[in-house]
Design a protein around this ligand. Sequence first.
Ligand code: FE2
Length: 481
Amino acid sequence: MSSGDPLADSVILWTRLVPTDPLPADDIAVDWEVATDDTMQNVVATGTGTAFAALGHSVHVDVTGLEPDTRYHYRFRVGDFATEPARTRTFAAAGTTPERFRFAFSSCQNWEQGYYTAYRDLIDQGELDAFVFLGDYIYEYASGGYADPRGRETGQDFECVTVDEYRARYALYLSDPLLRAAHAHVPWIITWDDHEVDNDYAGASSEGDDAVDAFLERRAAGYQVWYEHMPVRLDPPTGPEYPIHRSFAHGDLLRFHVLDTRQYRSDQQRKEPFIEALGPAVQERDEALATSPDHTMLGEEQSTWLEDGVAASTAIWDVLAQQVFMFGANAIAGSDPPIIVVDTWDGYAGERERILESIGAAADNLVVLTGDFHSAAVGQLRSDPFDLSRPVIGAELMASSISSGFFDDVAVVADLVGPAIVANPQIQWFDARRGYTICEVTPESWRATFRAVADPFDENTTVDTISEWQITAGTPGATQV
Ligand SMILES: [Fe+2]
């Protein structure tokens, strides 16, 4: 049970019927109600949704006619069964400027690389206005693939390819009580990354260079089952093409521009040789490819949508909710061309430069939220990150992962990342622990608090604040508090 994609007058409610016995092959009616109190006494909206058999008996309800900037509680009923009430809210109406918005964000919850303790801590933070999830909701690997021996096992001895396999994986992930509690606590705004389909896929190119037709069939299965499980304001997909970029505003305070950096992207560069110690993920940049106008991360339609959306935005804070880091990282100091992580925006430098110059000029204040990298960072955004003479046009906040590992070998992190960070002054702070980030936003300032999980393999571990950053409206970039 979850909610998401709030507008000023509506929110999406989601649930899915989980069979104890096989469910009938029919659609099933599911009643829902929305109240202003957690005991569900003051009911303000009711209705009946449909659990569509063709969509894994999932239910998506768009509850309309709600009051702006208001907290609500909701539950579902089937027959004699009623769910526990859960919390949600609407966003503020256009033309108003709320005094405060408090949300959290994170990504990457590999079942086999740690517990979801970060969500317990998130719930302990009290009322939040939204939780933004930046992808890798599931991992498609067969059990044991990229697993940590200290972690849980999925017990699913298959890499997800078919609808049934993806459904089995989501069902397992959603059996986690902390994940379910986090959904019941706050409305989510969700995008996907690669693992909802296939590691490091790009457009129609799979990681393993499968035949395009076969991969698009797999992509369609992954997209469908993602839709079946997410509280998103979207129609169900009807094939491998599925636009999910969308935007949400909390009055004129803040607007999220939610991006998809997988579906439309050109394949990552595949240069030889690569940095042997790090594998093909880290290579000297192919400058001609990275700056080619045809080499894209967002695709033409989405990048135009983004530029138009930021230009039209009346928000004090324009926020990109997206996946891979933009702040740039040269793995070896002074290397020219830089040594880059080819899956990040560094591999798509021409498009990054064009988009950052456009939206940097159009936004009153630009903040980029990033996931993917299983580690936390704060960075300055320049249209060319390695040209420090260019102006800083915004701040990037990279939240760590809920459970996915970076390198759990402390020495590797120290040897590898330490020197790289020093060589990249635009990266102002870095930490490899798992966790999430809380943001408290007002018209004047943005405070980002990074929370880190002490031991990802201990369900009762502590979660603590490890760093706090401040962005002042009108002054691009973040400073440590
Ligand atoms: Fe991930």
